[in-house]
Design a protein around this ligand. Structure first.
Ligand code: PLP
Length: 395
């Protein structure tokens, strides 16, 4: 049986998304910026898709900039804040942000900017008082993710946005893991910028968006033609934009299913593992948490061994380890939560999705205990015998 439990890394492209997108490769392949109707008609479809993704987050379509991915959206928001407020040289984010933010902050520091990475609590939660204290008069932007991709822990974004507003600081949230799992309303949230990535909601990889609140100063990250109302150069990726629009509609339709059915499957899997395998713990708070994500520490084993044997059994999961210089660095998210390094190294993320079934969860619950028992019995032997997959940081 094949069980894909890595939906926070990417999701299967929905068949209806593929069907809607293909005509824009085969027939309607004009350039939306062209003056003739063969191009202009395509531009109208792009605008229809823009309206659909705007509806997903309750934005005005004019507040949507299509980008190539979540990483570009995150980079663009922070870049814009720094360029439009050159007197402000400080950026504040949490230590558990995706590498799209963390690595960009390393780059910014090399350029002479100051960055504060806010620590989190042991359950992955945010200390709002500490956040408030860390905002400085020269803070250009605060960037705090809505839901963590490794633990699923949800941050109180509405409160962070209100705090930033009261201090007159721009606020960006990386909401890449949220659509289809929680309702999104940018008006209620009060954010200035919000990032999404279509491949997390059953559309292809390589298309994302940045929401920029009306009247927020914006400076493009990619400079070129006048596309996206002059806010992002580069000919539009029309088929993927169309795909994003359909996927946004599906995400709205599936919201109920994701919250109820997927949560029940995730809970069955998590409770089954915690109850039947000794020496297991959940990483991160039980709630508030994404309904599909479970991050579990297996005492006395390396996650890489688990990944390898689960892969052989047809089960896809991931660890937060990053392979650098031949050694496995434990997840920066779990380390920021203050986890012991061995516990972090033995942690695995299960992230379910709308295509998962109860049979798959039952199969996993049958398959995982003997794998853990085998790894514990053999110590590190399994990982030594086989080099295992070269693992990259959990997406
Ligand atoms: C929370 C979060 N932010 C950003 C990204 C980056 O998105 P993309 O792969 O579209 O660049 C991801 C995906 O891996 C993510 O999980």
């Amino acid at each position: 049986m094949f069980c894909y439990f890595d939906n926070n890394a990417t999701t299967q492209v929905a068949p209806e998304v593929v069907d809607t997108m293909v005509p824009f490769l085969k027939e309607h392949w004009g350039n939306p910026s062209s003056a003739y109707s063969f191009g202009h008609d395509v531009a109208q479809h792009v605008e229809t898709a823009r309206a659909k993704v705007a509806e997903l987050i309750n934005a005005d379509p004019r507040e949507i900039i299509f980008t190539s991915c979540g990483t570009e959206s995150n980079n663009s928001a922070i870049h814009s804040a720094l360029v439009t407020h050159p007197e402000k040289r400080h950026v504040l984010m949490t230590a558990v942000e995706h590498s799209a933010n963390i690595k960009f902050s390393n780059f910014l520091q090399k350029q002479g900017y100051q960055v504060s990475l806010l620590p989190v609590e042991s359950d992955g939660g945010l200390d709002l008082h500490l956040l408030e204290k860390t905002i400085r008069p020269d803070t250009a932007i605060v960037s705090v993710m809505w839901a963590n991709n490794e633990t699923g822990v949800i941050f109180p974004i509405e409160e962070v946005a209100a705090l930033c507003r009261s201090k007159g600081v721009l606020f960006h949230t990386d909401a890449v893991q949220v659509p289809g799992k929680l309702p999104i309303d940018v008006r209620d949230l009060g954010v200035d910028f919000l990032s999404l990535s279509a491949h997390k909601l059953h559309a292809p990889k390589g298309i994302g968006l940045l929401y920029v609140k009306r009247r927020t100063k914006y400076h493009p990250y990619i400079i070129g033609g006048g596309q996206e109302r002059g806010r992002r150069g580069g000919t539009e990726n029309v088929p993927y934009i169309i795909a994003f629009g359909v996927a946004a509609q599906l995400a709205m339709t599936n919201l109920h299913d994701e919250n109820k059915r997927v949560r029940a499957l995730r809970d069955k899997l998590e409770n089954g593992i915690l109850a039947h395998i000794k020496g297991t713990l959940r990483n991160g708070s039980k709630e508030p948490r994404l309904p599909n994500t479970s991050n579990i520490a297996f005492d006395g084993v390396e996650a890489e061994g688990i990944l390898l044997l689960l892969d052989q059994a047809g089960i896809c999961v991931s660890s937060g380890s990053a392979c650098t210089t031949g050694s496995l660095d434990p997840s920066h998210v779990l380390m920021a939560m203050g986890l012991d390094v061995n516990r972090a190294r033995g942690s695995v993320r299960f992230s379910l999705g709308v295509y998962n079934t109860e049979e798959q969860v039952d199969y996993a619950l049958k398959t995982i205990p003997p794998i853990i028992a085998r790894l514990r019995a053999t110590g590190t032997e399994v990982t030594k015998v086989s080099p295992g997959p070269v693992v990259s940081q959990a997406a």
